[in-house]
Design a protein around this ligand. Structure first.
Ligand code: JCF
Length: 685
């Protein structure tokens, strides 16, 4: 097609579009605060693409359409860093941080406050970006710190890398340093795609980011969701426009370079440790993986005075978190049987330190999961343990699989009692059919009954319950209350004193009525968790009323749908269960009784409204949100159904959001929730 004449008008339109696209990129990537929808952005982008297609003369190298310009490279050229790219010393414990701060005070002979910039330490790849007269001209990896590789074409594909700096005041030559990383979401999506295509899985986001950046073909890099946070500088000509590290970060932001929003100025060693603890608590909620935090002396003149040792500055340190993931080998895949008879595969591992503790078992959830991940005895696996969660096998490193491994099969018989293992149509969970005849299920039920959130019988641990069941001393929860001090003291690992304490605890539990909600939860009715048990207790007031409730009455409870109602009814129809309830009452256990209630706060401004919370909220915890909603009369349930009025969607929401979309249920983001709470409190709803 012959090129059409480029009028001034067209030229101006293209320039205006570039400006708008750059502006929206900045709002989105740097400020994290987009002004327009993705669709509106795409519309501008496509208009510019169309204009440039019709008039190739309009194309400039820094046009936002030109991010994937260069074709595949033959290899990466070496780039010498004029200012070396430093690494950081590590601190693993608080006393190493105390020593770091003290060393600085001693060297500078400083007694007053010292300010530091603190920021999360991303687990990605260090890169350097050179801007000449405000234009991105070259980008490189860190390499060995002195020489890296030229990855300009790949870095151009990152939307958080501005091709042109915004605003004014930037130095003629500005070398910015930062970390390229892959957010968790992008990593999961990439591995899902790899799995689908039968390609190898990446062990962690860092490896995935490294792989993406070192693609010779930038169009592949462009398909990987990489992001950049800037945290430092190299060559700057002619003069540094800042006196503080924190001012440098503020300049970067103004010029359109993305800076981690968590970075903060803190003072003295207490400020450092508080920051570490605060970020550590929120670590799992961040959209990206971090392996610690970095502290830097804020004043650049003091940084200069402190200088370097070997490759690391004296004015900065990385304070590491315990690793949340580690690689180890699977010794065997066993199957355990729980309270509900669920037969759960469990990986027995070579012990490995993860998240600050030694892990030797990891859950595999269910047999479908074992097959989906294809975990086998002998495999090298990535194990993850974040916070208090049960360690799990994340993925297999297939390239390290030894010869002769075999696919794991679900056992046909219960490994504890030998009854048939059955799996209902369409269910992922397989169960032992032995019921309470199975010792494992009895042990599980008793532990559930005694747990803190149920009847709270302190001192009744798993080793003890296993002995009680194995010696046929206890068959059901009621039997616990008949145990004598002598019987208890005769068991392994039980002294006279602990036996007396436990006996006293049994007596204390039945001395006064136990909370009905707790008792209902303790009974272990299938599908009845704590929240449902409490709803049932509130609505019906007494054990007898729950027992006699029909399906319709049960389903009128906010948390209860047809499946749960059926389970509750079936539980109270089973003669075995009624016998246990009878025995409990004979041994003197009573539940609280109250008048039945219509709803949570039947007069509250949100009465009758049913909410579901999903994803991560940032300014409020889920429990707080739940309390705030229920205090206004709303009910909060765990799963989305036609009864749900609103779904509150936080970051990284998954299937519940999808379900809400399918069912057309209104969704609120965090700001929307806050507005609704505020309006409800002011009586504006
Ligand atoms: O986030 C990081 N991985 C990170 C690495 C952050 C920093 O502020 C760094 C760094 C490596 C070297 N600062 C230096 C000087």
């Amino acid at each position: 097609m012959p090129e059409r004449r480029v009028t001034d008008e067209i030229q101006q339109r293209a320039a205006r579009l570039r400006e708008q696209i750059e502006h929206h990129n900045y709002r989105y990537y740097v400020l994290d605060d987009p002004e327009v929808s993705d669709a509106a952005f795409d519309k501008l982008f496509r208009e510019l693409q169309a204009l440039e297609e019709q008039h190739p003369g309009l194309i400039t190298p820094d046009s936002p359409t030109q991010r994937i310009g260069a074709g595949p490279a033959a290899g990466f050229e070496p780039v010498a860093h004029t200012v070396p790219m430093l690494s950081l010393d590590n601190a693993f414990a608080d006393d190493e941080v105390i020593a770091f701060e003290k060393r600085i005070r001693d060297r500078l002979d400083l007694a007053g406050d010292i300010s530091f910039v603190a920021e999360p330490k991303l687990d990605g790849l260090a890169v350097t970006l050179i801007y000449e007269n405000g234009r991105f001209t070259r980008g490189a990896t860190r390499g060995d710190g002195l020489t890296g590789e030229n990855i300009t074409a790949n870095l151009r594909t990152l939307r958080s890398v501005p091709l042109k700096l915004r605003g004014t005041g930037w130095p003629q030559t500005l070398e910015v340093r930062g970390e390229v990383f892959m957010p968790r979401r992008g990593f999961e999506q990439l591995n899902a795609r790899q799995q689908e295509a039968g390609e190898k899985l990446f062990a962690n986001p860092r490896n995935a980011a490294a792989g993406a950046l070192r693609q010779l073909d930038p169009s592949i890099t462009a398909t990987r969701s990489l992001e950049l946070f800037c945290y430092g500088w190299g060559e700057v000509a002619d003069e540094l426009p800042w006196k503080l590290q924190s001012e440098a970060l503020a300049c970067f932001r103004e010029w359109g370079l993305r800076v981690c929003p968590e970075s903060a100025v803190v003072a003295n060693v207490d400020g450092l440790v508080d920051y570490y603890d605060g970020i550590g608590r929120r670590r799992g909620d961040l959209a990206y993986e971090i392996d610690g935090v970095v502290y830097k002396v804020d004043r650049v003149d003091l940084q200069r005075e402190l200088g370097f040792v070997a490759r690391a500055p004296r004015w900065a340190i990385a304070h590491k978190f315990p690793a949340e993931e580690a690689v180890t080998r699977v010794r065997a895949v066993d199957f355990t049987v729980g309270r509900t008879g669920a037969v759960t595969p469990l990986a027995r591992l070579e012990p490995v330190a993860v998240g600050g503790v030694t892990v030797s078992n990891a859950t595999l959830h269910n047999i479908d999961e074992v097959h989906r991940k294809d975990v086998r005895a002998g495999d090298a696996v990535v194990v993850r343990r974040a916070g208090d969660v049960i360690p799990e096998v994340v993925r297999v490193l297939l390239e390290e699989r030894p010869k002769g491994t075999r696919i794991v099969q679900l056992p046909k018989q219960c490994p504890v009692c030998g009854s048939d293992v059955v799996r209902a149509e369409g269910e992922s969970v397989a169960r032992c059919s032995g019921g309470l005849g199975c010792a494992a299920q009895r042990v599980g039920s008793l532990l559930h009954f005694a747990q803190r959130r149920a009847l709270d019988i302190e001192g009744l641990g798993d080793k003890l319950v296993e002995q009680l069941v194995a010696n046929a001393l206890v068959h059901d929860p009621a039997d616990l209350f008949g145990l004598s001090v002598e019987t208890l003291a005769g068991l392994e690992r039980m002294g006279e004193k602990s036996a007396q304490n436990l006996r006293a605890r049994f007596d204390a539990v039945r001395a006064k009525p136990v909370d009905l909600g707790r008792l209902l939860y303790a009974l272990g009715i299938p599908q009845v968790g704590e929240a449902t048990a409490q709803s049932l207790a509130r609505r019906f007031g007494s054990l007898g009323a729950v027992r006699d409730a029909g399906l319709d009455a049960l389903m009128a409870v906010p948390d209860v749908g047809p499946v749960v109602a059926e389970q509750v009814k079936a539980f109270f129809e089973q003669p075995e269960n009624l016998k246990v309830l009878d025995k409990l009452s004979q041994v003197g256990l009573r539940a609280t009784e109250a008048a039945p209630q219509a709803g949570d706060d039947a007069d509250g401004p949100l009465a009758g409204k049913v909410f579901v919370l999903t994803g991560t909220l940032s300014g409020i915890t889920r429990d707080q949100a739940k309390d705030a909603l229920t205090a206004l009369g709303a009910s909060v349930t765990g799963s989305v159904s036609k009864k749900t009025d609103f779904v509150v969607v936080g970051a990284d929401a998954g299937s519940k959001k999808d379900k809400a979309e399918t069912l057309g249920i209104p969704m609120l983001d965090e700001a929307g929730l806050e507005r609704m709470l505020a309006d409800a409190r002011k009586g504006r709803l």
